[in-house]
Design a protein around this ligand. Structure first.
Ligand SMILES: O=P(O)(O)OC[C@H]1O[C@@H](O)[C@H](O)[C@@H](O)[C@@H]1O
Length: 297
């Protein structure tokens, strides 16, 4: 299979394009953010990128797979141990998504393409004075494997919450279901964080912003419009956020067309709330997400 890695400029943000056969993945150096992923460039994307995304230094691009690290969402909603790690005003979704990551490895071979980026935290990482690395390893082959690798390099325990904030492309959110969450409890953040239980497949008929707990390793997005499934297989993660802004919230989002909520769905493989990481000195953790798609339902 033909494979390549090409240095790119995405409207001012440097990055790379990875190609393997018909598959194509774009990734920006800023945030180690996957921007888009097509398993087959002649078919609809698997990872969605906003058509009106803004490419600016210091701002996460709307779509792709932003990395939320070393905390997820609102710091005030994190466990006390995670909150205690920060010393300054804490931006939503952490620090990593707007910083430049360093390229540590790249290789293109006839059995796949690999690229790794790393962010090294030290005393001078604004508001998070700890020694750690977070590495994003991408493997593009017949399927896409993403690994988020944490390493505590300090002498104190580290408490971290994190997520691969994947934006999936769907034909129409109203014709989309998520299979695999039945029986899971979740916090409904739009209903005063009430704890509820998922019954059957998750279907969408309004704004959705939930944190699912004890999530199984295998979830599927069933897309009735495109007659395809997306398989999400995770390891090292037992929590997931499911988000769609719907009509009103869409108007308030940066880099987001007012009707774009119809074509996207976020399922964010995470380590949040009770599932946050507590890494002893020297300890490592790997969150792995494998994505693939199949036609027919
Ligand atoms: O606009 P941001 O900062 O990228 O966040 C997008 C969304 O990210 C999700 O993870 C949150 O659950 C939502 O509440 C939030 O709106």
């Amino acid at each position: 299979m033909q494979s390549s890695i090409t240095a790119m400029d995405f409207s001012g943000l440097p990055g790379w394009r990875l190609c393997f056969g018909q598959a194509q993945l774009d990734i920006a150096q800023q945030g180690g953010q996957i921007l888009s992923y097509f398993p087959d460039i002649n078919q609809p994307p698997l990872i969605w990128l906003s058509a009106c995304a803004e490419y600016q230094h210091g701002h996460s691009v709307r779509g792709g797979v932003p990395v939320c690290w070393p905390w997820f969402g609102d710091i005030q909603r994190n466990p006390a141990a995670v909150q205690k790690m920060t010393t300054k005003d804490a931006p939503f979704h952490g620090l990593a998504r707007t910083l430049d990551w360093q390229l540590t490895h790249s290789s293109a071979a006839n059995n796949g393409v690999q690229l790794s980026l790393q962010l090294v935290a030290s005393q001078d990482l604004l508001g998070w004075p700890h020694a750690a690395t977070v590495q994003l390893q991408i493997e593009l082959a017949e399927r896409l494997t993403i690994r988020l690798h944490n390493h505590n390099l300090g002498s104190e325990p580290l408490a971290i919450s994190q997520a691969l904030h994947s934006y999936f492309a769907v034909s129409d959110i109203r014709q989309t279901q998520v299979e695999g969450l039945a029986g899971c409890t979740y916090y409904d953040t739009l209903e005063q964080w009430q704890l509820r239980e998922q019954e059957g497949n998750l279907k969408f008929s309004g704004e959705t912003d939930r944190i699912y707990l004890q999530v199984p390793e295998h979830l599927q997005i069933i897309d009735l419009g495109w007659q395809r499934r997306i398989d999400l297989r995770s390891q090292g993660s037992h929590s997931a956020i499911v988000w769609n802004p719907w009509v009103a919230k869409a108007q308030t989002l940066s880099g987001f067309a007012s009707d774009a909520w119809q074509q996207m769905l976020c399922i964010e493989s995470a380590n949040v709330l009770d599932d946050h990481l507590l890494l002893a000195p020297g300890e490592q953790h790997c969150l792995q997400l494998e994505l693939s798609t199949s036609a027919g339902l």
